[in-house]
Design a protein around this ligand. Sequence first.
Ligand code: DX5
Ligand code: ZN
Length: 222
Amino acid sequence: MAIVAPSILSADFNNLLEEVKSVSSAEFLHIDVMDGNFVPNISLGALVYKNLKGKVDMVFDVHLMINDPVKYAKDFISAGADYLTFHYEAVSDVLGTINYIKSLGAKVGISIKPMTDVGVLDPYLEYIDLILIMSVEPGFGGQKFMDNSLDKIRYLYEKRQTNDYLYLIEVDGGINSDTAKQVVLAGCDVLVAGTYIFKSQDRKKIIKELKELWLLKLCVQE
Ligand code: DX5
Ligand code: ZN
């Protein structure tokens, strides 16, 4: 499977509903929340996407790049987050954060920055629904893909195979047709793409092409 998650960070915020509708052939909608503290940029809060809920049939994949995810988790989930992903580097009590988000009724994701070792996630793999591997430094769209993310994806893919874990593996940052192929072959399930989708002439076509990449992985397995 290749799930596509257009990142609204690259959308035109003056026309957000139409922008989101234009990418609604994708299954996930990736929503980047930045606090100007965990990352050097401020993006949007729960109020911005609350009104989109119910207007498109998409899974709301909320990526929190903030320092205190527990404080705001309730707000983000009430506003419609189906998956709520926090950063490993932003909390001291990882398991407590996982359990708290689950208790609020959302699926929980955990993300690591490019310089964080994937092994730090080992103790939590059995509890989480999604792992978000950052393939750029979080904070801005339009950056170049960092290929140290590929080994992390392979590691998580193998761990899942051998242990029957259930998490989805998602990659975020610098995804285009070339890098998408690489991450899918490495074992990625969910492709976040901002610039590549929103700046293209034919968003539907790009989404379709990205979705079809799962066939690549199938071919390699056979
Ligand atoms: C960056 C965000 C990404 C960003 C990706 O911190 O988490 O979701 O929108 O943008 P592109 O696809 O342009 O690299
Ligand atoms: Zn993101």
